[in-house]
Design a protein around this ligand. Structure first.
Ligand SMILES: Nc1nc2c(ncn2[C@@H]2O[C@H](COP(=O)(O)OP(=O)(O)OP(=O)(O)O)[C@@H](O)[C@H]2O)c(=O)[nH]1
Ligand SMILES: [Mg+2]
Length: 328
């Protein structure tokens, strides 16, 4: 063993001997990995720690831990957004800042082992945000990409604190491309995917904008990625642009909010019906209740494009902020 290990290493290593469950051991091994200095002299030790982590993970999965790992995250709210990125980029920190979820956050890579969802509030809309294990060629479980494939929007998280951020981003994109998942810019029309391929609206979130040198790295990122993906610099630590991020999530999901009212009453402003842009009146009614949709004759609308109380039919394409009074 190399002699230049910091003293904490031996303290943490002592805890490893006490650890009982594979999950505890993984956690401690990850801490050790974070502590050791990264240079040629520790290559062997780093490799050894990584191998032990991988072995324990396999053990956990065989024990039926997989069930609890949730290979699928049920959709909730107005849309499902997934946090995707290299290890340690700050995905879990963003989840913690934007929702009430309480993920594990660590100063070392591979902290997150399973998906965790929380709800982001934007005005009166609830959007589901799902934290995932990192995307890395060192270790990647196939179900992670399965969840990405099923999501409505991808937040690709880059780490402005690291000089390697461009290589890491390329790595993450390459892994998706190999899995036939194409990360395309949010805010532009999505082409229809070829059979067997998936196209995902993507927003590039450049996290850790508070780190020294972040401005220069952001400039580089904008130069190389600015034409390919919309970029928003944020800091989960300082809170910079997190409110803007909430709005961008809503916009990128391409939704409309409409309201319902009973005759003679005001609209229920805190309970929007949220549907994809381009939805019709019939789809609004169906999302409320199927029977109701079948019996729908017409609605009166209060909104931007129409005069107040104008009658509209089932095929009317609803607009942001429309208020409907249904008649059956
Ligand atoms: N300076 C700074 N540090 C941050 C920021 N966001 C997260 N961090 C730190 O970065 C480290 C990694 O954060 P996590 O949120 O665990 O990162 P992750 O992407 O979930 O990591 P994995 O689960 O390993 O993929 C922690 O030490 C965080 O405190 C930020 O905006 N600025
Ligand atoms: Mg994490």
């Amino acid at each position: 063993m190399p002699a230049n290990l910091p003293p904490q290493y031996h303290e943490v290593e002592a805890r490893l001997r006490e650890a009982k469950t594979p999950a505890e051991k993984i956690e401690i091994l990850q801490e050790l990995l974070a502590i050791i200095p990264k240079h040629k002299g520790t290559d062997h030790l780093q490799g050894d720690l990584k191998r032990r982590i991988a072995k324990l993970r396999t053990e956990l999965e065989k024990k039926g831990g997989r069930k609890g790992f949730g290979l699928h995250v049920d959709k909730e709210g107005a849309g499902q957004v997934v946090l995707v990125g290299a290890p340690n980029a700050g995905k879990s920190s963003l989840l913690a800042r934007l929702t009430h979820a309480q993920p594990d956050i660590g100063a070392y890579p591979f902290t997150t082992l399973k998906p965790l969802a929380g709800m982001v509030e934007f005005e009166n809309v609830h959007i589901q945000l799902v934290d995932l294990p990192p995307i890395s060629s060192e270790h990647l479980e196939p179900w992670v990409l399965g969840i990405v494939r099923n999501a409505d929007l991808v937040l690709l998280v880059a780490d402005l604190g690291r000089d390697e951020l461009l290589d890491e981003l390329e790595g993450v994109r390459a892994i998706h491309e190999r899995a036939r998942i194409h990360l395309l810019p949010a805010g532009r029309p999505l082409p229809a995917p070829e059979p067997g391929h998936a196209v995902k609206r993507t927003l590039l979130v450049a996290n850790k904008a508070d780190e020294p040198g972040a401005g220069d790295r952001l400039a580089l990122l904008e130069e190389l990625y600015g034409k390919q993906l919309p970029i928003l610099a944020v800091s989960a630590r300082s809170g910079l642009h997190l409110e803007e991020l909430r709005r961008r999530l809503y916009e990128a999901l391409e939704l409309v909010r409409v309201y319902t009212k009973a005759p003679g009453k005001g609209p229920a402003r805190n309970e929007p019906v949220v549907l994809p842009k381009g939805s019709t009146l019939l789809e609004v009614a169906t999302s409320i209740h199927k029977d109701f949709a079948e019996r729908l004759r017409y609605a009166r609308v209060w909104g931007h494009g129409k005069f107040d109380g104008q009658k509209v039919q089932r095929d009317y394409v609803v607009q942001e902020g429309d208020v409907f009074e249904f008649h059956i």
